[in-house]
Unconditional design. Structure first.
Length: 73
């Protein structure tokens, strides 16, 4: 399954908001430096969906706020 994600790094609180058509808005506390926001995004999604972090992979948008993420089991 592929989902669209908009990441908001350097937020005061962490949250996940489900939007339309398998898309999410994820706020993470980490800054977008050295991939820290990407790691925090994967951790937040894993906790939200209750799956392993290894089942989540960023396909597109490593350096952008808008990402396409693949989730597999």
């Amino acid at each position: 399954m592929k989902i669209k994600v908009k990441v908001v790094p350097n937020s005061k609180i962490e949250s996940i908001q489900a939007l339309e058509n398998l898309s999410y808005k994820i706020k993470v506390k980490e800054k977008a430096i050295d991939g820290n926001a990407n790691i925090a995004t994967i951790n937040a999604l894993a906790n939200y969906l209750k799956i392993k972090k290894t089942n989540i992979r960023i396909i597109k948008g490593f350096a952008n706020r808008e990402k396409i993420i693949e989730i597999f089991e």
